[in-house]
Design a protein around this ligand. Structure first.
Ligand SMILES: N[C@@H](CCC(=O)N[C@@H](CS)C(=O)NCC(=O)O)C(=O)O
Length: 236
């Protein structure tokens, strides 16, 4: 059995969609990142970085006889792919291609869209050059994905953890204020993955997404206030 520690965010969904695609048995532990659950000492033992997502695989023991903990969503996805032999080819070139597009998300799409969210949504001061910097960079990265998807159904051969990682972020483009309209092939791919039962199930972890979106729309100011609190956290 696997314990998943997560919240309803793109990085959290990367883990839950992957677990759903693999049909693994897992228990959801909702972490309230707005009140700082992720900075508590017991959680820092699982993820020293104090962020979600993280997993503990109780089928595998660490050197202390505890379940094996994995943090960093990309590492977590590779771990699950290696555990199951799914969504990551074994052969060196295919495997490298998937990891390249996974790292593209980890080092590009995630951080740039994340900072676009910070400056466009959460900061009370609207610093236009910062907003434009991160939105433009996100759009540039969307262009890279779009060109790749112009003659490839998925990012790296068959559907893989690279698609899940990028999709979980790109689908939230409106929250970052980045238009997807100019990217025809990217739009096709977003819609294609959105139909997958495991993607739908994974997005409903840890909460039902539609209900959350409704309450978020009602409480957008409250949501932004909580997000701002995270931005000023010092130390861990
Ligand atoms: N590189 C990390 C990023 C994780 C991350 O930033 N998670 C956010 C939610 S999407 C979080 O836990 N934020 C809480 C905080 O900043 O304290 C990963 O991919 O796992």
């Amino acid at each position: 059995m696997i314990d998943l520690y997560t919240a309803a965010t793109p990085n959290g969904w990367k883990a839950s969609v992957t677990l759903e695609e693999m049909g693994l048995d897992y228990k959801v532990n909702a972490i309230d990142i707005s009140t700082g659950d992720q900075k508590k000492p017991e959680f820092l033992k699982i993820n020293p970085n104090g962020r979600i997502p993280a997993i503990v695989d109780h089928d595998v023991k660490d050197e202390n006889g505890d379940g094996f903990a994995v943090f960093e969503s990309g590492a977590l996805m590779i771990y699950l792919a290696e555990k199951t032999g799914m969504l990551l080819p074994a052969e060196i070139q295919g495997r490298s291609r998937v990891i390249q597009w996974l790292m593209f998300q980890m080092g590009g799409i995630g951080p740039m869209m994340g900072q676009a969210n910070v400056f466009y949504r959460y900061f009370p001061e609207k610093i236009q050059p910062a907003i434009e910097r991160y939105q433009n960079e996100s759009a540039r990265l969307f262009g890279v994905l779009d060109r790749r998807l112009a003659d490839n159904e998925y990012l790296a051969g068959d559907y893989s953890i690279a698609d899940i990682a990028n999709w979980c972020w790109v689908r939230t483009h409106a929250w970052s204020g980045v238009d997807i309209e100019p990217f025809e092939h990217l739009g096709r791919w977003v819609d294609l993955i959105a139909k997958r039962p495991a993607a739908i199930a994974g997005l409903n972890v840890p909460y039902n997404l539609e209900e959350r979106m409704r309450s978020q729309a009602e409480n957008e100011e409250e949501f932004k206030k909580n997000a701002r609190k995270m931005l000023v956290t010092k130390g861990e």
